[in-house]
Design a binder for this molecule. Structure first.
Ligand SMILES: Nc1ncnc2c1ncn2[C@@H]1O[C@H](COP(=O)(O)OP(=O)(O)OP(=O)(O)O)[C@@H](O)[C@H]1O
Length: 241
């Protein structure tokens, strides 16, 4: 279980998060939406343990937490296979074993055998993000934190990769907390959708959800959610001025 209770965190220009209460249980997929700049990435940092709250409490009771970012952050000199196996190498796993595990995951995520030896510069953006996701899954996390992991991808590819990731996390019973600006993504992946207010963020809605696949069902549910004022506010484009 990951739990945040009464969490506050400020930067020089005031509080970013204030009074955040949020729990993520084993094996559940929680989508996090909120206005631009409200503190979603900061919240993931607290969950990952890279930041500490100034008030309140963050408890991460999961054994292994892995992270996927919006951009792949791969080692440019290493092959797709070595990038995917990076966490396993760091953990001391022998070369043959780590390559076998990384290869199996890369192939399930849609990489062809011929691509495994290629460096990131020779891969498409979609393939690079598959490698980044494989790197996170290879360490067999029980909590996966993802910060807009599909937002740089084309719409068709996005839906394909969302379905593949959902199959992987459901297969392994991984809990997921992911940030998105795309309500259809939240609907495709989430068991719960948590909505944050503008900065300083707090939780303004915590909505039960059921992961959906059929496009008509996804769009119907997305429209229903967008009719909720908190959701519409969370996904509105940033005000210009
Ligand atoms: N290290 C930092 N120092 C100072 N301010 C920061 C720092 N990191 C983030 N902020 C500020 O905190 C606020 C929240 O940032 P954060 O990246 O968590 O928001 P976000 O909801 O993920 O944004 P977006 O939706 O645009 O990705 C922003 O106003 C940002 O400028």
């Amino acid at each position: 279980m990951l739990s945040l209770k009464g969490v506050r965190l400020s930067f020089g220009d005031g509080p970013v998060l204030d009074g955040i209460d949020l729990a993520v249980a084993k094996g559940t997929l929680v989508g996090l939406i909120g206005p631009s700049g409200c503190g979603k990435t900061t919240l993931l940092g607290l969950a990952a343990g890279t930041a500490r709250p100034e008030a309140g409490e963050v408890r991460n009771g999961f054994a292994r937490t892995a992270m996927v970012f919006q951009e792949p952050r791969l080692l440019p000199w290493a092959s797709a296979l070595d990038n995917a196996a990076f966490g396993l190498k760091a953990a001391g796993m022998a070369r043959g074993a780590r390559h076998a595990r990384a290869q199996a995951i890369l192939q399930r995520l849609g990489l062809a055998l011929r691509d495994l030896g290629k460096r990131p510069a020779a891969l498409s953006g979609g393939m690079r993000q598959r490698v980044a996701i494989a790197r996170a899954l290879a360490v067999e996390p029980d909590l996966l934190l993802m910060d807009e992991p599909f937002s740089a991808l084309d719409v068709g590819l996005r839906a394909e990769l969302q379905a593949l990731v959902r199959a992987e996390v459901e297969r392994a019973g991984i809990a997921v907390l992911f940030v998105t600006h795309d309500v259809t993504e939240a609907v495709r992946l989430s068991d719960r959708i948590v909505v944050l207010s503008p900065r300083p963020a707090r939780v303004v809605a915590d909505l039960p959800s059921t992961p959906l696949d059929a496009p008509s069902a996804v769009f119907a549910e997305a429209s229903r959610l967008l009719a909720l004022p908190q959701v519409a506010r969370a996904l509105a484009p940033p005000a210009r001025g």
